[in-house]
Design a protein around this ligand. Structure first.
Ligand SMILES: [Fe+2]
Length: 379
């Protein structure tokens, strides 16, 4: 057997972005796993079961119809069974590549977009959007162009992404902020606080009692350089959710409002609390979101299907794009949000427990528990 060829998730991302049709993405996981979460454009050839049971002939037979002229990128959940599949393909004279760490590696893959903005008072600032493409999570660095003071918002556990950016751009980190206690991914907030020696801010309603955090609410005073950050309590998705309005034109709203929907109000809540959460969402949207200027750009913490990059829409665009904003009656809204709730995120109780207690989780453990799609959206 020849030695195997490996390809990183980052290189796979580049192949997809440049629409390179010399390659074909073959996902060998079971059909239900593929249907639940996959890389757009990949093809499912579910031979995992044959590989696991040592049925090489069955696996080869399922693979034999693949195009010999393509370079095949083999994907499994963690990058192990794909190595066995690639060696079978090698015997069959295919040109096969193993995607390193499989879907787990895909889960840790980021696209970075820089959005330079100018406030009404002519202050220049930049929003840097970190798109975790495998999971649909969005996190941010915002910095004032003049002072280089910066805030990191909703950071993932992969804190090197932010630290590298900060170092490369000579930024001065001033705040690390979670808009709420996340349920579908571990927060990198506490680890960044320790590494950068910068305060971690979150609303205490979302944290366990006694955890050492800087409480943030609508009375907090935050600024980057001379630019004030306006803070708003925006409960619904969680009780402690809040939003930040920067430069009067960029709203960071966590999971309050996503491009396609609103943040689900049911996680870690019983049925009655879920309905109350949906009611709070309705009130927040009507008393806050719908009163904002139409030109304000909304930077959410998640997306599901939107293809626009960077992932941001104006309030005006959201009013057209997002069905949740077109419902005028409270009861109708609650029914709409709570009637068809998607599956809960895998391991959300463990993830939330860590985030609420401000515990820094070892990266290996976090990677394993976080595997799977984002499910913070109510639709
Ligand atoms: Fe969330």
């Amino acid at each position: 057997m020849n030695s195997l060829n490996f390809i990183s998730p980052q290189d796979v991302k580049d192949i997809i972005n440049r629409k390179d049709d010399n390659y074909m993405l073959i996902d060998i996981r079971d059909e239900y796993e593929f249907n639940d979460w996959n890389i757009k454009g990949s093809v499912n050839v579910p031979i995992n079961k044959y590989i696991a049971s040592g049925e090489a002939d069955e696996a080869k037979s399922a693979l034999s119809s693949l195009n010999l002229n393509k370079k095949l990128i083999i994907i499994c959940m963690r990058g192990t069974n794909s190595q066995l599949a690639a060696s079978l393909l090698d015997e069959m004279r295919y040109d096969a590549y193993v995607m390193t760490k499989g879907m787990q590696g895909w889960n840790e893959n980021f696209d970075i977009h820089e959005i330079p903005l100018k406030s009404a008072k002519n202050k220049q600032f930049t929003v840097v959007q970190f798109i975790r493409i495998g999971k649909g999570c969005l996190s941010y660095i915002v910095f004032d162009e003049y002072s280089k003071e910066s805030a990191i918002i909703d950071p993932s556990i992969f804190i090197e992404e932010y630290i590298n950016y900060i170092n490369e751009h000579n930024l001065k980190p001033k705040y690390i902020i979670d808009t709420h206690a996340h349920a579908d991914h571990f927060s990198g907030g506490k680890a960044l606080e320790k590494t950068l020696n910068v305060g971690y801010y979150v609303n205490k309603n979302d944290m366990d009692k006694g955890v050492k955090i800087n409480n943030i609410n609508d009375n907090s005073d935050m600024r980057l350089g001379n630019m004030q950050i306006a803070l708003h309590n925006t409960p619904g998705h969680t009780d402690g959710s809040f939003s930040l309005l920067i430069g009067d034109m960029a709203l960071f709203c966590g999971d309050l409002l996503l491009p396609e929907s609103v943040g689900r109000p049911d996680l870690a809540r019983n049925q009655q609390e879920t309905i109350k959460g949906a009611e709070k969402l309705y009130n927040t949207i009507n008393s806050f979101i719908l009163k904002l200027d139409n030109e304000i750009l909304v930077f959410p913490a998640h997306y599901t299907s939107i293809e626009k990059r960077p992932v941001t829409l104006t309030i005006e665009e959201l009013k057209k794009y997002n069905d949740s904003l077109t419902i005028s009656g409270k009861q109708e809204f609650i029914g709409f949000i709570t009637s068809k709730m998607p599956k809960t995120p895998p391991n959300f109780q463990t993830i939330k427990k860590f985030n609420k207690s401000g515990t820094i989780i070892p990266l290996d453990y976090a990677e394993d528990l976080e595997i799977g799609p984002n499910r913070c959206s109510s639709r």
